[in-house]
Unconditional design. Structure first.
Length: 101
């Protein structure tokens, strides 16, 4: 069973970055989920899917996997592209459409 080590991304409903500072270790599913035919619920006998470990750094997560003999895959985070914008750009002559109230 392979473990994924990654930094969770900020979801669209939160404005802060509080839960994105730590690294997380999740296990890949060993078997597919089963659909219960009567109610349509999904279930799985794989208990490691419910396990999620949190670490302060990537090195701690990698050291844990190597110490316990768990094969792992590190997924590096993608930093968002920041665009510099100034308030004065709203009134610039190069603006596509004039600014009005």
């Amino acid at each position: 069973m392979i473990a994924r080590i990654f930094k969770p991304a900020k979801n669209a409903m939160q404005s802060g970055r509080a839960s994105t500072r730590e690294w997380r270790l999740d296990y890949e599913p060993e078997q597919p989920r089963d659909v219960e035919p009567l109610m349509g619920w999904t279930s799985s006998g794989d208990m490691k899917q419910q396990l999620s470990l949190r670490f302060d750094s990537k090195e701690e997560a990698v050291a844990y996997c190597e110490r316990t003999g768990i094969p792992y895959q590190v997924i590096e985070p993608k930093e968002p592209a920041r665009r510099q914008a100034a308030y004065a750009d709203n009134f610039a002559f190069r603006r596509g459409e004039p600014w009005t109230h």
